[in-house]
Design a protein around this ligand. Structure first.
Ligand code: ADE
Ligand code: ZN
Length: 326
């Protein structure tokens, strides 16, 4: 085990809480809530996690979320994630949740956010991990549905720092959500968006110019556009890169082909994150470890990545400085 990957103090900035549902907890919640699963065992579930692209993953991921029914379920899910990453020296985390995945099945927005929020509060006290919550709109659904979700978010304004955009990227460009993101920024939310995971660099430009994002989630396809790379270097607009996710969803064929080291060497503000660790074979520590081993990152580059994770966070300048001194 490479200790630096697990011992460096770090922040995680790209993490879908629904993607932390380990098969063991999925089975426990299925039993608790009387829900049938399409797998006969934990092992069978893990074996099914073989993906060919983003959509093949999303189909299984949305199905898994069906076991989440009560506030306690969302609490247990979130607290299990915090416990896991506290062992990897995560000091701050900014987590995504997908309310539409739950409200469309009759689970109330309140149930979801309160379960997540309460667990994060306990995590602050018991594990010394600070946190923020980012609400993501599902981009395969309509703008109208996003507006309905946004109305609910306004009722929990104090618990949500930002608005994001996830789910099936190609065919659902950021421009589809320009109006609702305009409203979100007016209401004081920060914005982020998944862009350039499978979608073209044009999607990254749209996220920047139309959604006015503070970070790009993934963004690895930026290298196809020299002007975009120059813009990202000059502005230091952060990219939240997820190496194991990219490997599992075949964005890159092997980890040695991953462009993270190149992005770093070009001077971009790159961060390392786990995306959906229960499905992609590792948490943030394993993501750091695999890139150090496969891309032969120097210890200085590892420190830079950890430093970037705090710099790119939505913490205040004062909070960042405190964490950067550790
Ligand atoms: N939802 C969960 N993980 C995602 C990813 N990697 N891309 C888009 N939507 C997601
Ligand atoms: Zn993601």
């Amino acid at each position: 085990m490479n200790n630096l990957s697990f011992t460096l103090p770090k922040a995680e900035l790209h993490l879908h809480i629904e993607g932390t549902l380990e098969p063991e907890l999925m089975f426990k919640l299925a039993q608790r809530n009387n829900i049938n699963l399409p797998f006969s065992s934990v092992e069978e579930a893990r074996k099914a996690y073989q993906f060919t692209n983003l959509q093949s993953f999303l189909n299984i991921y949305y199905q898994g979320a069906n076991v989440l029914q009560t506030q306690q379920d969302f609490y247990d899910l979130t607290y299990a994630y915090l416990t896991k990453v506290s062992e990897q020296n995560v000091r701050h985390t900014e987590i995504f949740f997908d309310p539409q995945t739950h409200t469309d099945r009759g689970i109330s927005f309140e149930t979801v956010i309160n379960g997540i929020y309460n667990a994060l509060e306990t995590g602050k006290k018991e594990l010394n991990i600070t946190s923020k919550i980012i609400l993501c709109f599902l981009r395969h659904l309509s703008e109208k549905k996003a507006f309905e979700t946004f109305e609910k978010a306004l009722l929990f304004r104090d618990k949500i720092i930002g608005i994001g955009l996830d789910s099936s990227e190609v065919g659902n460009p950021p421009s589809k959500f320009k109006n609702v993101f305009d409203q979100a920024r007016k209401a004081g939310f920060l914005t982020v968006a998944h862009a350039g995971e499978e979608g073209s660099p044009e999607y990254i430009w749209e996220a920047i110019n139309l959604l006015k994002v503070s970070r790009i989630d993934h963004g690895v396809r930026c290298l196809e556009d020299a002007k975009l790379v120059k813009y990202l270097r000059e502005t230091q607009l952060p990219l939240t890169v997820c190496p194991l996710s990219n490997l599992k969803l075949k964005v890159f064929n092997t980890m040695k082909d991953h462009n993270l080291k190149k992005l770093l060497e070009l001077g971009l503000c790159v961060t390392v994150n786990s995306d959906d660790p229960a499905y992609f074979g590792g948490y943030i520590g394993e993501n750091f470890q695999t890139i150090q081993e496969e891309l032969l990152l120097t210890d200085e580059q590892m420190y830079q990545l950890a430093k970037n994770s705090f710099q790119a966070s939505f913490l205040s300048q004062e909070e960042k400085e405190k964490l950067l001194k550790i």
